[in-house]
Write a protein that binds this ligand. Structure first.
Ligand SMILES: [Zn+2]
Length: 160
């Protein structure tokens, strides 16, 4: 279906996943918050980006890779919004979403609301990996420690 890099570093554990997914700083670099979820049993995968509106507003735009070229921002389509104005962040569709029943929507809704923010365990068959870019600012990561974390040293320091 879609073409993705599947060799990126894995992000393991709910807390690290949450940190990465909500890690963008509002610069709206299209490579920030870019990650892939793989069902290792089924061999299927889906790629998303989650980008914060700006550094002040607790709102994130969720997009999914729907085209053949994963290096082209035009191939990432709007999926919905994460809002954290009152309490924990929640993912929701909007009138511009592709529809609550589409596989991309169902997958992200389950991953974010049920697993990351909810009480569901991360299934053993679920792997999450990033593609080598800092979740916060979208810059290419080249140093080993940064690559395994998914954040550059400055960006990681700013979050602590
Ligand atoms: Zn960064």
């Amino acid at each position: 279906m879609t073409e993705t890099i599947e060799s990126g570093p894995f992000i393991v554990g709910k807390e690290a996943m949450k940190e990465f997914v909500l890690g963008s700083n509002g610069s709206r670099n299209w490579r920030s918050g870019l990650f892939t979820l793989t069902n290792t049993k089924a061999g299927t995968h889906k790629t998303f980006t989650v980008q914060r509106k700006d550094s002040e507003t607790p709102m994130w735009f969720v997009r999914y890779l729907g085209g053949d070229n994963n290096a082209c921002p035009d191939n990432y389509y709007y999926l919905g919004l994460i809002k954290g104005f009152a309490g924990d962040p929640v993912f929701k569709g909007t009138t511009a979403s592709p529809g609550d029943g589409t596989s991309m929507f169902v997958a992200f809704n389950w991953f974010f609301n049920d697993v990351l923010m909810g009480s569901r365990k991360v299934p053993e068959a679920l792997a999450m990996n990033h593609e080598g870019y800092c979740s916060r600012c979208g810059r290419l990561l080249t140093v080993g420690a940064s690559v395994s974390r998914g954040f550059g040293p400055k960006c990681y320091g700013n979050m602590q």
